[in-house]
Design a protein around this ligand. Structure first.
Ligand SMILES: Cc1ncc(C[n+]2csc(CCOP(=O)(O)OP(=O)(O)O)c2C)c(N)n1
Ligand SMILES: [Mg+2]
Length: 372
């Protein structure tokens, strides 16, 4: 006897194509004209923030920075849906969805402070349900699932969403999170931005799985793949995922197919491993270009509005940089005072606190001459 025990189908959703053409039928009940203009403006501001952050790093005013350039649409649509549907949703991010965080109340300067190495960038304002950026790849979906469990336990009608990349799906933690989420029927949503690269490791070497999203099938998630450069598709699937999680407890795994147009971070030079032709092909699919084309075709946008938003983005980002750089300098002694209850009996630490030097790394007073 032989029978088929499992068959699956996964939809790919694109509503706004790369030429700026909208699928009117699928676009029903998604973004209004005002929403589309709003998201285009927000994406433009984020793109400018990216440019400025890059320059800050190059001029020694920031440690490192991962540009979001090219990946704004997925987190934009999803972020707007998260700000509208569901009760007190939580966002649990990695580092390539700035716009989703801003749309849900994170002040922009927090992102700059984080990458300037200032811990106060990770101090999220009270009432903003966002966890600090997770740099360890794939650890944070577990935290999101824990939060989702708490929401279920408390009877709150909201979701916890983790954002991560294609590379993260090769990490065990992500799979434990995916398994727990559906086994415990908690309102968790997994938003994976597949940009085809994990630093220099291409998607083809990352996994033997035909798609990233089908990994969710094994855990009983609702699975959907979208054009990740389409604000309409990301808004629609996130809205539906929130609804599904709250009503049925079934987690959704969303794969947003996109591309990072910049380097992995400012510490990387992607020209060393990426084919320029590939990058050029994706530049044509840029979410800002297609959204602008669409808005222009509907007479919702013109050159004057473009000039206005560019000026406004400069103004906003200038002010954000001023706030980030103008913050009172942290007190050096905090490192000790917030780590140890007391330094009593620890001469080494007392010396470090008093001299700002360690004896361990060739900085001791007796080594002064050697350094000179
Ligand atoms: C646990 C862990 N391993 C390795 C790294 C180094 N690292 C930083 S980013 C990255 C690639 C992540 O790729 P992906 O998940 O696709 O996200 P993307 O950067 O493409 O947005 C790696 C391996 C890390 N930060 N954490
Ligand atoms: Mg990636």
């Amino acid at each position: 006897m032989k029978k088929t025990i499992y068959e699956a189908r996964i939809d790919h959703i694109q509503i706004l194509d790369e030429h700026g053409k909208l699928d009117e039928k699928l676009a029903k009940d998604t973004l209004s004209d005002e929403d589309a203009v709003f998201l285009y403006e927000q994406m433009s501001i984020c793109r400018w923030l990216d440019e400025i952050a890059f320059k800050l790093q190059r001029s020694g005013r920031m440690g490192t920075y991962p540009q979001n350039k090219g990946q704004e649409a997925g987190p934009a649509g999803a972020g707007l849906a998260l700000s509208r549907f569901g009760e007190k949703n939580w966002l649990v991010p990695c580092y390539r969805e700035n716009i989703a965080l801003f749309l849900n109340g994170l002040p922009m300067e927090k992102i700059l402070l984080h990458w300037m190495g200032d811990e106060r960038g990770n101090q999220i304002p009270e009432g903003v349900n966002i966890l600090p950026i997770a740099i360890p790849i794939g650890t944070h979906p577990l935290h999101a699932v824990g939060i989702a469990y708490a929401k279920k336990y408390r009877g709150e009608k909201g979701v916890a969403v983790s954002f991560f990349g294609d590379g993260a799906t090769s990490e065990g933690d992500v799979h434990e999170a995916m398994n727990f989420a559906s086994a415990w029927k908690v309102p968790a949503i997994f938003f994976c931005q597949n940009n085809f690269w994990a630093i220099s490791v291409p998607r083809a070497l990352q996994s033997g799985s035909e798609t990233i999203v089908q990994k969710g099938l094994a855990y009983g998630h609702h699975c959907v793949q979208i054009d990740g450069n389409d604000i309409f598709a990301s808004y629609k699937v996130m809205k539906e995922a929130i609804d599904r999680a709250i009503k049925t407890g079934q987690p959704t795994f969303i794969e947003a197919v996109t591309y990072r147009l910049g380097d992995h971070t400012t510490a990387d030079d992607a020209r060393r491993y990426r084919d320029e032709k590939e990058v050029e092909a994706w530049r044509k699919k840029d979410p800002l270009i297609r959204t602008r084309k669409y808005l222009e075709s509907k007479k919702l946008w013109n050159d004057r509005k473009q000039a206005d938003i560019e000026a406004r983005a400069k103004e906003i980002v200038d002010a954000v940089v001023k706030r980030a750089e103008g913050i009172e300098k942290p007190v050096f002694e905090d490192i000790f005072d917030y780590t140890f209850a007391t330094l009593e009996g620890n001469a080494e630490l007392q010396t470090q606190r008093a001299t700002r030097r360690t004896t361990g790394l060739g900085q001791g007073p007796e080594q002064e001459k050697l350094r000179a």
